[in-house]
Design a protein. Sequence first.
Length: 194
Amino acid sequence: MFLYNYNGDCMYSYIEGRITEIESNYITLDNNGIGYQIFTANPYTFNVNEDYRVYVYQYVREDEISLYGFKEKKEKDLFLKLIDVKGLGCKMALPILATGSIDGIIDAIERENILYLKKFPKIGEKVAKQIILDLKGKLSKDIDLTANIDNTELVETLKALGYKAGDINKVLPHINKGNALELQVKEALKLLLR
């Protein structure tokens, strides 16, 4: 029995299990004897017979039910933003994640770099412009790019102080990582209060 939310999508957040099969566009993830076929941006970043937590999105339509999976939550977050763009479905959004870095994609959208976006498969000028129109200014606020940064103690401290991930993302590159945590926090707070 599936539990559906208001827009018809199953409410899976992630599935943990062992990879039993890798194909050119999907992996099979075994969870308690059930093999989930999960379409991923780059299946070859996974290894057979290894355990993973795969963040998933279930695409549900009248004629199709598919699972799309991601190694990191921020990849899933960006994918969900991309598929909200008019004219950009799951099958067009997935290759964007396969061939571009998350930071690079967000930077291209923020700087209205149509040429960068047009390099992705099936993305023409019209769709590139739509991506920029729909997503510019919205991504760094909503997607937690700090999730996989080495500086986790600093990030967690700043979050505990009430700062948003988008604001933290902006100051992290300017922090001297060689300093003690206390000094890094002071440095970050100065930048955040500007």
